[in-house]
Ligand binder design. Structure first.
Ligand code: GTQ
Ligand code: FE2
Length: 384
């Protein structure tokens, strides 16, 4: 390999605090740096080492009605099969250069399967999950275990497990996927294998409960045959019924004077690995929030990024300089250190409790492992 004839290093001498006086000798020094592919710290420090995270990503909202309408059109036009693998459509952050990244670390997509369709089996190092905001009828088959997907269910699927999806119903179904694709792309850790083009007849079964749920789905109870911690959760679905009751009980306990919420009127749960209490995936944290009607959450800044999907109710979300009205299915991204606050507003329908339910995923496990996790709740005295 020979050095490039045109150097990718380009240095401009400018006057300024901490900068050297611009002279012909300085210009000559900078041309020397460029030729030898050298970059001095003093011209870059403000961008490389800012006082706090300045995310390249931007807060953004994607409306569910639009996602679903476009996914439905793709359902009629785009086949699912080997090669493309999935009819998944990614949320592209407006300031990440058109890459299919919701944030610098996280992939978020809507996936769509027509009745009777199969998405072929494969495995990859990327950690993944599915979350269902509406509908039912698809079974995800992980290592041969058929796992039903229904509204409110959360299905983690750690890297390197074989998986396929099968729509056994007579209607199309959509759900969302979250993966650490951008993170693994940037750190260049990915491996990918194609599996069988078609799963077996037996794996097309539609059991009400997966094998993983029968083994691991009892709170506080582990099967003695399989005790020992695993990096990804062996429980492959977290059913809505349990999530809903856990959130409802937190708000009731608070009302009874026993606490249990993260702040007044704000219940929150984390999906955890039953073998060790850690996050369900090595790189992705997943949580669920219920904000009682009329409650406004305190603005919080966190290192790392998160993506939310509104599960139920309506409200107003503020992320940094952005603010949106949100309703069921809407998805938004919160870049690193951008303050997030949420107000729960009545959705207009009398039947609902008026609470705002949100599913959240973020990259906190990565930041925690690297000792880079920080969070700060803004109060009236903080500079804006
Ligand atoms: O369902 O296996 O959104 O492999 C992106 C990559 C979904 C999947 C995505 C995938 C999948
Ligand atoms: Fe996959």
């Amino acid at each position: 390999m020979t050095a490039p004839t045109v150097s990718p290093v380009s240095l401009t001498a400018v006057d300024g605090p901490g900068q050297p006086v611009v002279t012909p000798e300085l210009e000559d020094l900078y041309r020397g740096f460029e030729k030898e592919l050298l970059v001095p710290l003093w011209t870059e420090i403000g961008d490389l080492m800012p006082p706090h995270p300045r995310s390249k990503a931007q807060p953004h909202l994607w409306e569910w009605t639009k996602l679903l309408e476009l996914a439905g059109r793709a359902g009629n036009l785009v086949p699912v099969g080997r090669g493309g693998e999935r009819r998944a459509i990614a949320l592209a952050n407006p300031s990440l250069g058109g890459k299919p990244y919701a944030s610098p670390t996280l992939w978020a997509a809507i996936q769509y399967l027509m009745p009777g369709e199969d998405a072929p089996e494969h495995r990859h190092t990327q950690n993944a999950f599915r979350f269902v905001v509406e509908g039912e009828g698809v079974w995800t088959v992980v290592e041969g275990d058929g796992i039903p997907m229904r509204r409110g269910d959360f299905l983690p699927q750690a890297g390197w497990n074989w998986h396929a999806h099968h729509n056994a119903a007579s209607a199309p179904m959509a759900w969302i996927d979250g993966l650490d694709i951008p993170f693994q792309y940037e750190v260049e850790s990915q491996f990918f294998d194609f599996g069988r083009d078609e799963i077996s007849e037996a794996e097309h079964a539609t059991p009400d409960r997966s094998r993983s749920q029968r083994l691991w789905g009892y709170p506080g109870i582990a099967p003695v045959s399989a005790i020992g911690s695993t990096a990804g959760s062996p429980l492959l679905s977290y059913r809505w019924e349990n999530t809903d009751r856990a959130l409802a009980d937190q708000l009731l306990l608070e009302k009874e004077g026993f606490g249990g919420t993260v702040e007044p009127g704000h219940a929150a749960i984390r999906f955890t690995n039953p073998t060790n209490g850690a996050d369900v995936l090595p790189t992705i944290r997943t949580q669920f929030h219920r904000i009682a009607r009329g409650v406004e959450t305190a603005p919080v800044q966190t290192t790392g990024s998160s993506v939310y999907q509104v599960f139920d109710g309506a409200g107003r979300v503020t992320v940094g300089q952005f603010s949106w009205s949100v309703c069921r299915g809407d998805m938004f991204v919160v870049p690193s250190w951008q303050p997030l606050s949420i107000v729960s507003e009545a959705s207009g329908s009398d039947s609902d409790s008026g609470a705002l339910d949100l599913f959240e995923f973020n990259d906190a496990p990565l930041f925690e492992k690297l000792n880079l996790y920080r969070t700060h709740t803004l109060t009236a005295g903080d500079p804006s």
